[in-house]
Each structure stands twice: as structure tokens, then as C-alpha cells.
Design a binder for this molecule. Structure first.
Ligand SMILES: Cc1ncc(COP(=O)(O)O)c(C=O)c1O
Length: 391
């Protein structure tokens, strides 16, 4: 009864492992992309106040005008640009924006590209469109860390390629794309009529400056570009389900039509909380960044020079994606760490092809818990060194 391609979709490897022990207090969970901090008080107060004031009705399909104005002001301030607020749409989560962007650009018979390693929900969203897709792998070397070679993108293009998904700062590798690389990629996609879907949800989680370079800083209004962003990561609002996207003006009318088929915009009172986050959240962003920076330092100290691992310092986002040379099954590895050491990790295989020797951990956990989790991972790794063939 189900569409065949939907029936074939598998659960992603993160939830596949996590669902076996989710909520177990014995486990230190580094598997999901979130920290252990509750959303700041002033944002929760704004939501409660909005409920009391009666923000319980449908709003504009592309989001409340006052929230879109606040997003415009935030983007203008951050990147020194002047975005047309009409280009902004507010779906209920960045994940929904990923789905909408895929649906807007791809369908059966067309082809998409994903810069990989990548968050698994991205390829699920691509698959649901019925299009075919390929991954363009970021390269790695010990000196440069992760980077994208534009020739690899060129080599993967087909006449029917219509969309290229790039997530920077990147989950899981921590790669941050530079402005000159963004310019070159945009020029290529402009020339070939390909829409760049730029997922910038980790834009504030960089440790060198206030925000990662954004495609919005280098693109013209009518360039083939959809930028996805949201509130989850920068403001510790993962459970709220609020995101935004910026599209060319030519897409705007259909964005409203498409929004109606999804969630007809995000919940009204949550949109009011989003305004509070954008207008008063800079201290939160700075505090979270400092915490994540300490987490990254802790990871690098313990895993960065461990002889059984390869890991370059992540430049952004809050993940480490180490390689265990010789590891044949990332799933067996993370299941072993979970069973024997009570630490929740994500298996590399779920982040696209070529990642069986990797695992991902989220270092957004507060100090001592993270340090303890890292000690346990190392203990398991050293115990298993012979069995996994690591040298
Ligand atoms: C790359 C990337 N894009 C999008 C999302 C979704 O964020 P949201 O919570 O706003 O749906 C995530 C969440 O982990 C992510 O890692």
C-alpha cells in the first residue's frame, strides 16, 4: 500500500542506536545534536505571555510579519546586508525547510547532489522527492582538515542536476566553507542552472568570529539560492520547532502555496518566542559558544592526538567526527561503546557513503559529563584495538 520508495526508507543510524536506550539515566548521550541546557528563561516567558495574550490562531502562511521583520533585522545586523523581508518564510523547523527546499527543486527524473559527509535527514528528504542523487565527498587531510574540491562537484554534475545541498558549518565534520569557496560554487551553479540549498543552522557556532560566512553575503537577490536557518542550535531551542528560509523573490508566491501543504506556518505563540530570541539572544549565543569551545578543547585534548584515531579540530558546529583506522563497522563500534561504557554515539555509516570507520559525537554537553564520556570512549577503544584492527 505504501509508496515503494517510502517503504524502502530506513530509520537513520542516530535514532536506530539511540532508541534502544533513550532516556536511560546511566547513558551519557552524545548522539543527538543538542546540549543539556534548557531554553533561556526570557524566551520561555515570551511564549507563555503570547499564549496568555491569545496568540493561538492561524497566521500568515509564510510566517507572522513581525517575526519576518525580526529575522530581517537580525540578518541585516549580522551580515551587514539589506534583505527583502518578503524573501523570508518561516516553516515549523529547519528540518521542514530542508524538506520544502528538496520538494521545490527535485522530482522523479531529476538529480540532486549533497555535499557529504552529511546529516542523514538530508538524503531522506531528497529520496522522498523521487529524484536520484549523488554525494560529493569533502576531502580530508591532516594539515587542512575537511574541505570541498570544486572539481569534485563539477565531475558529479549531470544534465538533469537541479539542486546541490551544502551544510556549512557542517554536521558532522565541522567544516566551515570560506566566502571565496562559496563564490566559486555559486558561480558554477548559476552557470549550470542549479539551485544551491545552503543549510546554515550552525551559523553562530564558530570559534573564529561572530558568524560563519553566509551565502547571503555574496549572492544577489535572484541567484539560485535557498538559505535554511533556524532557532534550534544558536538559541538552545531544539524542541520548539521553528526555522526560516530565504529564497529568491521569484519563488515567494509559491512558498506560500507550498507552506499550506506542510504546516501552514509555525505555531503563532512560538513565533513570538522566536522574536524574543532574535532581539535579546546575543548573550545566549555568546555563552553557548564559549561552552562549545570548551567542549571542543576537551575533545581535542583527549581524542585529538590519540594514536588510534584521526581527528582534525572542527572549525564549527558542535560535533567531532573521528576516524578509527581499520574499523569495519561503525554500528558495531557505537553499539559496543553503548553496551559496555554507557556512552551514546552516532555511527559513521549514517552520514553517507565512505564513513564506516567513523563515529560522531556531539560535544555540546556540559564539562564533567563530557570529560567522563571521553574517558569511557578511550577505554573502550583501547580495549578493542586488537579486535577492530586499529593500528
Ligand atoms: C544540518 C542540519 N540541518 C537541519 C537541522 C534541523 O534543525 P531543526 O531543529 O531546526 O529542525 C539539523 C539538526 O540537527 C542539522 O544538523
Amino acid at each position: 500500500m505504501l509508496r515503494e520508495d517510502i517503504e524502502r526508507l530506513e530509520q537513520n543510524g542516530i535514532t536506530r542506536v539511540a532508541m534502544t536506550r533513550i532516556g536511560d539515566p546511566a547513558v551519557i548521550p552524545l548522539w543527538f545534536g543538542e546540549g543539556d541546557r534548557v531554553t533561556p528563561d526570557f524566551i520561555r516567558v515570551a511564549a507563555k505571555q503570547a499564549l496568555d495574550e491569545g496568540y493561538t490562531f492561524y497566521g500568515h502562511m509564510r510566517g507572522r510579519a513581525e517575526l519576518r521583520a525580526a529575522i530581517k533585522a537580525y540578518l541585516d545586523r549580522l551580515y551587514r546586508i539589506d534583505i527583502d523581508p518578503d524573501r523570508i518564510t518561516v516553516p515549523g523547523s529547519s528540518m521542514l525547510a530542508v524538506t520544502m527546499a528538496a520538494q521545490m527543486t527535485l522530482t522523479s527524473g531529476l538529480h540532486g547532489l549533497i555535499v557529504s559527509p552529511h546529516w542523514p535527514n538530508i538524503d531522506r528528504a531528497y529520496r522522498v522527492t523521487g529524484a536520484s542523487y549523488d554525494c560529493v565527498r569533502q576531502r580530508w587531510d591532516a594539515r587542512r582538515g575537511w574541505y570541498l574540491d570544486l572539481d569534485d562537484v563539477r565531475a558529479a554534475l549531470r544534465p538533469e542536476t537541479r539542486a546541490l545541498f551544502v551544510n556549512t558549518p557542517c554536521n558532522p565534520t565541522g567544516w566551515v566553507m570560506r566566502a571565496d569557496e562559496q563564490r566559486a560554487l555559486l558561480a558554477l551553479c548559476r552557470e549550470r542552472g542549479i539551485v544551491i540549498i545552503a543549510d546554515e543552522v550552525y551559523h553562530r557556532t564558530v570559534f573564529d568570529g561572530d558568524a560563519a560566512p553566509s551565502f547571503l553575503e555574496i549572492a544577489a537577490d535572484d541567484d539560485p539560492l535557498i538559505v535554511i536557518n533556524g532557532f534550534s542550535k544558536a538559541f538552545a531551542m531544539t524542541g520548539w520547532r521553528l526555522g526560516w528560509m530565504v529564497t529568491p523573490p521569484a519563488f515567494v508566491e509559491q512558498m506560500a502555496v507550498l507552506s499550506e501543504c506542510f504546516n501552514t506556518s509555525a505555531p503563532s505563540f512560538i513565533q513570538r518566542a522566536g522574536i524574543a530570541a532574535l532581539e535579546h539572544g546575543e548573550d545566549v549565543v555568546a555563552e553557548l559558544r564559549a561552552e562549545y569551545q570548551a567542549g571542543r578543547a576537551c575533545v581535542m585534548e583527549v581524542l585529538g592526538s590519540h594514536p588510534l584515531l584521526e581527528l582534525a579540530e572542527p572549525e564549527g558546529a558542535f560535533y567531532a567526527f573521528p576516524r578509527v583506522p581499520g574499523l569495519a563497522s561503525s554500528l558495531d563500534f557505537v553499539r559496543g561503546v553503548l553496551a559496555e561504557e554507557n556512552v551514546g554515539l552516532a555511527p559513521g555509516y549514517t552520514f553517507g557513503p565512505g564513513n564506516e570507520a567513523y563515529f560522531r559525537l556531539c560535544y555540546a554537553q556540559s564539562g564533567e559529563r563530557l570529560a567522563e564520556a571521553l574517558r569511557r570512549i578511550v577505554r573502550y577503544l583501547e580495549r578493542q584495538a586488537g579486535a577492530i584492527g586499529a593500528r
